[in-house]
Write a protein that binds this ligand. Structure first.
Ligand SMILES: Nc1ncnc2c1ncn2[C@@H]1O[C@H](COP(=O)(O)OP(=O)(O)OP(=O)(O)O)[C@@H](O)[C@H]1O
Length: 210
């Protein structure tokens, strides 16, 4: 579902990663691991059409990630779901309205109802709270609820449990495993051994080279 081939990325004279290739198939959870600054988030951004490679290719469901904004938006809507902190939630809209946006852009998979999704992530009764009134961990759970509604084919998660207490972290990991069990390809950047333990395998990134 995700194919990364000979991917390279530089910032100035620093090489983050070079000639990197890996796949994430349907149903797999693959973790990106490596020291801080090794480019895990940057790689997720490249897969998620939010940043561009310097060389190499990335394909999602066989379709190349490209710089054409319209095509990128269509690919994002059709295939991708994001579990990034501070990404994609509209701060002055309610939790429910944010989740309903995902419902409008969902693909062929059938997700759960918004109220059920909020129940699953422990936010029962919080549908009409505006996102800026929620804590960081609660916002992360709204983003998780959005995935349950959209059921994307590809899920990109950046440190999905870092803002959560142990109970909520376990709940989010269970839900990611459930979505993978339903056939999603899941790519996670993480430092957490608990998240890595969930993975089918890991891709290790090295410290950047100058
Ligand atoms: N737009 C940019 N311009 C220059 N350097 C950048 C830019 N974006 C990221 N970097 C640098 O690229 C490196 C990799 O950043 P990235 O956030 O991808 O690493 P990471 O492995 O996810 O780190 P962490 O584990 O700390 O979250 C960092 O040194 C960062 O400063």
């Amino acid at each position: 579902m995700i194919e990364v081939r000979h991917a390279s990325k530089h910032h100035g004279r620093r090489t983050l990663w070079n000639d990197l290739s890996f796949d994430v198939a349907r149903g797999e959870i693959v973790c990106l691991v490596g020291p801080s600054g090794s480019g895990k988030s940057t790689l997720l951004d490249c897969v998620g059409h939010l940043d561009a490679l310097d060389s190499g290719t990335i394909r999602i469901a066989g379709e190349p990630v490209c710089r054409n904004r319209r095509q990128a938006r269509l690919l994002r809507q059709r295939y991708l779901g994001y579990l990034f902190q501070d990404f994609g939630l509209v701060a002055d809209m309610t939790a429910q309205a944010n989740i309903d946006i995902a419902r409008a852009s969902r693909g062929p998979n059938r997700g759960v109802r918004t109220s059920d999704a909020l129940d699953r992530v422990g936010l029962t009764g919080r549908a009409t709270d505006r996102v800026h009134e929620l804590s960081g961990g609660e916002q992360q759970r709204v983003a998780m609820a959005r995935l349950l509604v959209k059921r994307p084919s590809v899920i990109l998660a950046d440190e999905p449990t870092s803002a959560l207490d142990d109970g909520n972290a376990a709940m989010v990991l269970d839900l990611l495993a459930e979505l993978a069990g339903d056939g999603a390809a899941v790519l996670i950047a993480t430092h957490s051994p608990a998240v890595e333990a969930l993975a089918t395998r890991s891709v290790s990134l090295n410290a950047p080279k100058t």
